[in-house]
Design a protein around this ligand. Structure first.
Ligand code: DAH
Length: 339
């Protein structure tokens, strides 16, 4: 009896000393397989004392199990500690520099223009960039064989469809929608021309179209409106000058100049010595345009204008090349901020 217990006790000491050597998961596993399986030396020996009673019977197995568990815990904790060490955040590292970019000055100015006209009570319309020849030209009083078509080099998609060359066709859409009732609207948007790009020409540019139709609308209303716009956009001191011009959809037609913001009207290189800078085209809506849109020109009259967005932005910010609006260079764009 005591012989078998001393054998067990001896084996226990041997196993426990092996347990104390466990260093990592590999040796932990090997230990478990060698000493804790049913076929282990200890299990076999224990089999022989199965029928014995008393504490001693389980002493060796309990001791081995708790030695194993203690090592297991130690190894797991060491593994967690290693992991935590590895995952520690180094707060001394410099952070990433996230760049915010900016809003293209084209949109800064477009938004400002919209605000100015909305404050005067204008409705804001949107029209299609891909337009029919009918709306782009015919409804603007430019028939198929009219020489005025040469004023605007067009990008045709097929013989009856093109990228709109101006926002003026939105006048016709707006009047069609209103069905003969008075209206005040602006339409901001992109326009396209067949052009060789250089510092002042671009195949793509923005316009804000404006149209007012009602009873008793005169050129004086147009002048007052554009003066207000110009002073809000370029400052209270700006003078507005109307020059007679020609557009097929207006009669009379004018080109509108503002006194040079650089020299105040004295004459400098920016205004080429004239003291004035051209900023937009406008006029009284041509009777044919009113008629085609279902308005009786004997009863109704109206004025219209078309303002180049880049042109206004270039003058406001002193931008010297229209291509900069489209090149997507953040160093250019981030120089501009909302007023
Ligand atoms: N559509 C003209 C253009 O792109 C600009 C223009 C001139 C619009 C006179 C108007 C206007 O509404 O009355 O060249």
């Amino acid at each position: 009896m005591s012989e078998i217990f001393s054998k067990v006790s001896e084996l226990k000491e041997k196993i426990l000393s092996e347990a104390s050597q466990i260093k990592d998961e590999v040796s932990l596993k090997a230990f478990q397989e060698k000493h804790m399986s049913k076929k282990s030396e200890l299990s076999q020996l224990m089999g022989e004392i199965r029928n014995l009673v008393g504490e001693e019977k389980n002493d060796a197995r309990n001791a081995v199990t708790s030695a194993f568990q203690a090592k297991q815990k130690e190894i797991q904790e060491a593994a967690i500690a290693r992991k935590l060490e590895r995952e520690k955040i180094d707060i001394t590292l410099p952070s990433y520099n996230y760049k915010m970019g900016g809003i293209n000055p084209f949109y800064l100015i477009q938004d400002e223009m919209i605000d100015i006209f909305v404050s005067m009570g204008y409705e804001v319309k949107e029209g299609p960039d891909v337009e029919t020849d009918y709306f782009n030209f015919e409804r603007m009083n430019i028939p198929a064989d009219h020489p005025a078509r040469e004023m605007q080099d067009s990008l045709y998609i097929n013989p009856t469809t093109l990228l709109r060359t101006h926002t003026s066709p939105e006048q016709a859409h707006a009047m069609d929608e209103k069905g003969g009732k008075p209206l005040m609207m602006i339409c901001p948007g992109k326009t396209y021309r067949r052009d060789d790009d250089d510092a002042t020409h671009s195949h793509q540019f923005g316009q804000v179209e404006g149209l007012v139709v009602g009873k008793g609308i005169t050129l004086a209303n147009l002048k007052a409106t554009l003066e207000l716009f110009v002073r809000k956009m370029f400052g209270e001191k700006r003078e507005v000058r109307f020059r007679g011009s020609y557009f097929p959809f207006t009669e009379p037609s004018v080109e509108v100049d503002i006194s040079c913001m650089n020299c105040g009207g004295k004459g400098c290189s920016m205004c080429k010595g004239t003291g004035f800078i051209e900023i937009l085209g406008a006029g009284m809506v041509h009777p044919n345009v009113l008629k085609m849109s279902g308005y009786d020109p004997e009863v109704y009259s109206g004025f219209a204008f078309g303002i180049g967005i880049e042109r206004v932005a270039m003058l406001r910010y002193g931008i010297d090349d229209i291509r900069k609006f489209y090149q997507g260079d953040v160093r250019f764009i981030e120089q501009f901020t909302r007023k």
